[in-house]
Design a binder for this molecule. Sequence first.
Ligand code: SF4
Length: 484
Amino acid sequence: MKIGIQTQTPQFFPDLCDVVRLFFGEGSAVADGEPCDATLRHTHVEADGLWLERCELSGGEPIACERRAQAVHGGLTEKRLLKRVVKLCCYDLMKRLTGRQPPWGALTGIRPTRLLYAQMEAGDSLEQAERALRDTFDLSQEKAALLREIIVSQRGIVERAPQDVDVYVGIPFCTTRCAYCSFSSGEIGDGHLVEPYLCALFDEIDAARALMDEAGLRLRAVYVGGGTPTALTAVQLARLLARVTRAFPGARELTVEAGRPDTLDADKLRALRDAGVGRISINPQTMNDATLQAIGRAHTARDICEAFALARSLGFDNVNMDVIAALPGETPDDFLRTLEQIRDLAPESLTVHTLAVKRSSRLHERGYRPTGEEDARRMVDMGLQAAHGMGMRAYYLYRQKYMAGNLENVGYALPGCACAYNVDIMEETTSILALGAGGISKRVQEDAQLRIRRAPNVSNIEQYIARVGEMAQRKRALFLEDTL
Ligand code: SF4
């Protein structure tokens, strides 16, 4: 089904499209004038202090829905509230048309926990905030319960300290490119870019240290991600970590993505351990060899088990594993087998992603589109049951565009094993100094209202090497602007 969208408030055209996609999937919302099966007309009127929104669908049996709301004037609040009522009006129409309630109701944003926190900051208890979210956005009971679980898990982790900062160090190299990957990471190839990249990165690390001292920033967590940091040699890894820990001592946690088991060996794991890395990720995505091959991962399920056993034998006691629900060709039974094997390995945390087919991925280039919404939901639910069965609780969540079934990514962890960096980046409560190609630094400021400003590094590796001084300067402007 393709729906053409006409609206009197063109700034909300993307939001109307988001709502249509909740019900009919990718490619279902098109601009007015493009070929379509039906046309949705949205009108907006303000009279007697009220906004009146009307959405009407023509092309088959005509149907219409209306919403009224108190008109509000002034800046961001006006925009946010008007956007909400426009989306809800469109949601009412789509729900009436299809008779379906999407699991996240009318919510289309990346960080639904933020809405709960906002309600609680306005004085609601957690239970009241959850009820308000369900009533306003038609959120399902299961997803509301999941959000509540996350808020409870985050107690003692979420902190708002304006001078705190997390440091992210990006290593944008991988052995092969996964078919679903949308990151800017390059295949490591013969490795000729690694040394120049590390050289540039070390300069940026030194500049970040100096900036932290100058701006009075206090270190919270360090996260080395990518890419696949363990695609480096053991010697390069040891040099990198020595530089990182010397520049940023005393982090409350130091995590390294050791994502691909084919990049791991005893020397590299020892280098991580000796540098004080407390948490690593070894990511199967699936334990199905045929799928691993189809999605471009150069390893088998057995490699995962061996890498995991090696990490355990070397003393790693906080290991995360990532899986992806709704990978191409996988059924709920396949996914269940993956979860059962992970349960046998018994990691300390499990991240259950839902496949997102982004435009820059090879899957998208090949024309693959997520299918089987119902199966995706079952798999995501299986992930939750498996995590709970292992004694874990959900502790962070985010949603993305182009996800199978409009679902979510959820991090689960055993008590005491949650990764503060993941919470910080998702809840946007802590500033981030992001170093390396593709990193996006973020400054979180809370004065009269929450303000988040960003400074991106270039993604291209050669460009990053050539322009690293400029990247450091962007961060200085971001963090010192008020005093410059
Ligand atoms: S391991 Fe991650 S960054 Fe590397 S290719 Fe796969 S998805 Fe992309």
